[in-house]
Design a protein around this ligand. Structure first.
Ligand SMILES: Cc1cc2nc3c(=O)[nH]c(=O)nc-3n(C[C@H](O)[C@H](O)[C@H](O)COP(=O)(O)O)c2cc1C
Length: 326
């Protein structure tokens, strides 16, 4: 059993989190499956209105009594949405991607005032210090290998840099972790837990299109790219991040020709929408991390968690221990 301060703070058995992806990726069913397996499930509240946030919390609570989290993409979250997620009193609020002018301490205080613990995601040291100084209970150090919106620093360098910078605040590692080797490595680098996105997209309970899951299974890990093209197509400026996506036909068409994408936005957006409807994985942004290359099956979330723990324990107690000679 791997037990760290993260388990105590979040009230969970295993120091593992499902990344706070929006409900088009995560669902109450996936969140509850993760929670029932002893880890913490997170789900994005940002793209939901207040009623949908309450309904989402109710659906999760029908399936589990264990702690779960709502994630706010701070730069996009509106006051009503954040207030609604606090009203549901989740055990945890997960915060990520604030604008420079946002008052992080105030968000964290409001979450603490209703009894929530707060995790705060950072892709660089300055952002991690900002979260720790604002009172976050846990900092999530997210490396560029991860799927979705990520910064530029690799996980192996970033984790110890952030651990040192925010001590004594505990750190979870994210980005590029899909198996027990990555879990053990994160612990060795000073993290006390891990947060995973891509691995859980390729789970039985995840409701994404079957073609999306197949693209993750087919990935050799070398087929992603860090690009601003999805944000241009969504007409948004993401503070401190670009997107890690599959280098598919859509991305290759606009690479180096971002100016042209800006000028053909309505047509490009219509084409992305149509591709999403038909599950065409070549003509819309497809978010996943480099760790997709490590993913070969679509097991239930509980098996993913069981395997992560068993394999990490084996790495630490057997494989690594065998390398020590007196
Ligand atoms: C499709 C997708 C959507 C994501 N959306 C969010 C989000 O809304 N909020 C957030 O904090 N993190 C989000 N993430 C990032 C994850 O929380 C996590 O940091 C990342 O997936 C870790 O890297 P991995 O994919 O290699 O496990 C998203 C990731 C993916 C793959």
């Amino acid at each position: 059993m791997i037990h760290t301060r993260i388990c105590e703070i979040l009230g969970i058995e295993h120091p593992i989190a499902l990344g706070g992806m929006p409900s088009k990726f995560n669902s109450p069913v996936l969140v509850a499956a993760v929670c029932n397996a002893g880890a913490i499930g997170m789900i994005g509240s940002t793209h939901l209105d207040a009623d949908a946030i309450h309904a989402c919390a109710k659906s999760i609570r029908k399936l589990t009594n264990a702690p779960f989290a709502f994630n706010s993409l701070m730069f996009l979250s509106d006051e009503a949405g954040f207030a609604a997620s606090l009203e549901t009193k989740p055990a945890v609020i997960s915060l990520s991607w604030p604008r420079k002018d946002q008052d992080v301490a105030d968000w964290i205080k409001r979450a603490h005032d209703v009894g929530c613990k707060v995790t705060y995601m950072a892709g660089d040291v300055a952002e991690a210090i900002r979260g720790a100084e604002a009172g976050a209970d846990i900092i999530v150090a997210q490396g560029t290998e991860g799927g979705g919106h990520v910064g530029w620093m690799g996980t192996v360098a970033l984790i110890p840099l952030i651990v040192d910078a925010v001590t004594p605040t505990p750190v979870m590692a994210a980005g590029g972790i899909a198996d027990g080797r990555g879990f053990a490595a994160a612990l060795a680098l000073g993290a006390e837990g891990i947060l995973l996105g891509t691995r859980f997209l390729a789970s039985k309970e995840c409701g994404i299109d079957a073609n999306y899951k197949q693209a993750i299974l087919d990935s050799d890990g070398h087929d992603t790219v860090l690009t601003e093209i999805p944000d241009i197509a969504a007409s948004q400026v993401w503070p401190g991040a670009m997107s890690r996506v599959k280098r598919n036909r859509f991305v290759e068409r606009w690479s180096g020709r971002e100016w042209l994408l800006r000028q053909n936005l309505p047509e490009a957006v219509a084409s992305v929408r149509a591709a999403r409807k038909t599950g065409d994985t070549d003509e819309a942004p497809l978010f996943y991390g480099q760790d997709a290359g490590l993913i070969k099956d679509l097991p239930p979330a509980a098996s993913i968690i069981e395997r992560l723990v068993a394999d990490a324990e084996n790495q630490i107690t057997t494989s690594l221990a065998q390398m020590i000679h007196s």
